[in-house]
Design a binder for this molecule. Sequence first.
Ligand code: HEM
Length: 234
Amino acid sequence: MSSSIFPLVVFARISAVLVAALVLIWALFFKTSFIPHSPSSPDNFIYAVLHPLLMVIGFIIISGEAILVHRWVPGSRNMKKLVHLGMQGVALASGVFGIWTKFHGEDGVVANFYSLHSWMGLSCVSLFAIEWVMGFMSFWHRGEMRRVRMKMLPWHVFLGLYTYSLAVATAETGLLEKLTFMQTKRNVPKRGSESIVVNGLGLGLALLGGLVILAAISPKTPPIHNLSTKSNLL
Ligand code: HEM
């Protein structure tokens, strides 16, 4: 791993652990917030609590680690690509499953898609799926169309980072929507411990997003011997 990137990857990991801890604390210690008002089925609680867990830990944290694979996985380029593809596959599965958990409302699927959060969420997971299928195809057709793949690379990087930022922004709208609902309809105190945990989670996600993107776009420092070879050439 390049030494100049190393602290960034470590800071990104620390913020990922913080975010995972906060979402787990929310799910474990504030269970009542996830119990539906008119409990038609006991499963509804599980679906409600699984949604933020899968979206934050499965979708955002794992896809962030996958973005940084080229910074921390040792070995060949193919090995790195395979780990990247595999981890993004896990993130995609979590995203699809996480949205599926919301399809259990009494009013059916279409009735739920009223919010900015749901529209952004659907766009984000769809973009992610398209990007993953394209990456999968290009991995298995490595030898072919090398020039086309090289041309597509900047677009892959742009679309990947854009989708990742969209995921973070979507989660922020989900947190805001849920917390506003809890504060206005379920008397959750505005300065109470649950509000602090959820706001802290939102801040943690904003920090994590920034660190992952910064680590991804930071140039790798070439090894010292390459530098001296280059200066010899100049
Ligand atoms: C990248 C992260 C996320 C994505 C892509 C996402 C996606 C979605 C989608 C597509 C829906 C609509 C499904 C339906 O209602 O049938 C939805 C609903 C919902 N999500 Fe998320 N979500 C994310 C994170 C979160 C988080 C962190 C929370 C916090 C609790 C949350 C809370 C909710 C709530 C309360 C609903 C139901 C109300 C609504 O449809 O707006 N989401 N989400």
